[in-house]
Write a protein that binds this ligand. Structure first.
Ligand code: UD1
Length: 354
């Protein structure tokens, strides 16, 4: 059996890796390497537990630090593991520093690389994620794209070989997790929330959290909404809120980061989702919740053209106005595949590597 080394490190990667890892089991020996980028219980272990994933084979314990130091340390440690494991393929997900470190390690070791969620672009090079995506795609042998737009983005950069549109593994994950979430999650009861009577907010992008004016503006917007706002706070954001001593309006409930089941329940039942997360924009669409994106651009352009996602940036007036007046479209065409993206990845890699 051939060996695939999967590299994960941050919260969204655990969600994407769960269905792929399951699909790989019958065809490959999978070695999972966790870089340690996310390390708090609520940001990491809770995901493995609730999604019933086996523990990673290695955890490198590299969390925190500047972008350069973090990526560099990952590169040093990943090289050691990869040269011991000698995989036939390295598999990376998304656009984090763990993705880039995994991609560079594979490229330097001369091991073919597969990238899940390839071809996404915001065309904003100030985002660390954009640089990570572009560089990873350019050293990948297999590029698994979720959307037509992603395929076109790669074509524009001259990448056509090894490109497959397979749908989005987030949809695979959602179909499985939603059923469990509906049966098991008690979050609505615990927080006394009713369907359609609250908004859900998340903020973690460096461009928002590390800029005092932007963060203040987002908090002003949330504080001015005529509804209760549930705000699970990412550790990066929590640090800033404490450091800058922002006042929080009483309609906004700051809570700890949530696991994958509780967050799905909150998303499915929210009147509106306000977020700068990529995964949440898609999940909002798939669950039929309107989404106001707290950024000026998005990689998930089809959610905007379908009329379910509205780009608001961080302007408090604009966010408030959209919240009050904007209604989503009636139709919600299938945009992210058929829920079998993970199996397609496993089949393609099996055909190519054997
Ligand atoms: C990273 C990804 C982003 C992804 C996001 C999901 C990069 C460049 N960014 O951003 O693409 O959407 O994950 O959440 O890779 N921290 C903790 N506890 C944790 C994790 C982080 O306290 O469990 C702290 C870190 O020490 C750091 C800060 O939060 O000070 C930010 O963490 P970082 O790893 O830079 O990434 P994210 O902001 O989560």
């Amino acid at each position: 059996m051939k060996t695939i080394a999967s590299i994960v490190g941050a919260r969204p990667q655990f969600i994407k890796a769960a269905p792929v890892s399951r699909a790989l089991t019958s065809h490959f020996n999978e070695v999972m390497i966790h870089t340690g980028q996310h390390y708090d219980y609520e940001m990491s272990d809770l995901f493995f537990k609730e999604m019933d994933m086996r523990q990673p084979d290695f955890n490198l314990g590299i969390g925190g630090g500047t972008h350069g130091a973090q990526t560099g340390m990952m590169l040093i440690e990943l090289e050691k593991v990869i040269s011991a494991v000698k995989p036939d393929c390295v598999l990376v997900y998304g656009d984090t520093n763990s993705t880039l470190a995994g991609a560079l390690t594979a490229a330097k070791a001369g091991i073919p690389l597969a990238h899940v969620e390839a071809g996404l672009r915001s065309y904003n090079r100030a985002m660390p994620e954009e640089v990570n995506r572009v560089l990873t795609d350019h050293v990948s042998s297999w590029l698994f794209c979720p959307t037509d737009a992603a395929i076109k983005n790669l074509q524009k950069e001259g990448i056509t070989k090894g490109v497959h549109q397979i749908g989005d593994v987030i949809y695979d994950a959602l179909l499985r997790n939603l059923e469990i979430a509906r049966a098991k999650s008690q979050i609505l009861e615990r927080m006394s929330l009713k369907k359609g009577e609250y908004a859900l907010a998340t903020v973690h992008r460096a461009g928002n959290t590390d800029d005092r004016t932007n963060m203040q503006s987002i908090l002003d917007a949330l504080g001015s909404l005529p509804t209760r706002v549930i705000f699970p706070v990412h550790p990066r954001t929590r640090k800033r809120i404490e450091e800058w001593k922002f006042a929080i309006n009483e309609n906004v409930s700051l809570i700890e980061p949530l696991g994958p089941l509780d967050i799905l329940q909150l998303q499915e039942n929210a009147d509106c989702i306000l977020t700068d997360s990529g995964g949440m924009q898609k999940e909002a669409y798939l669950l039929g919740a309107r989404c106001i994106t707290l950024r000026d651009e998005t990689e998930w352009v089809e959610t905007v053209s379908a009329g379910w996602n509205s780009l608001a940036g961080v302007d408090a007036k604009r966010i408030r106005a959209l919240y009050g007046t904007w209604k989503p479209a009636r139709e919600r065409p299938l945009l992210y595949g058929d829920g079998h993206a993970a199996e397609k990845i496993a089949q393609i890699l099996r055909d190519e590597l054997n």
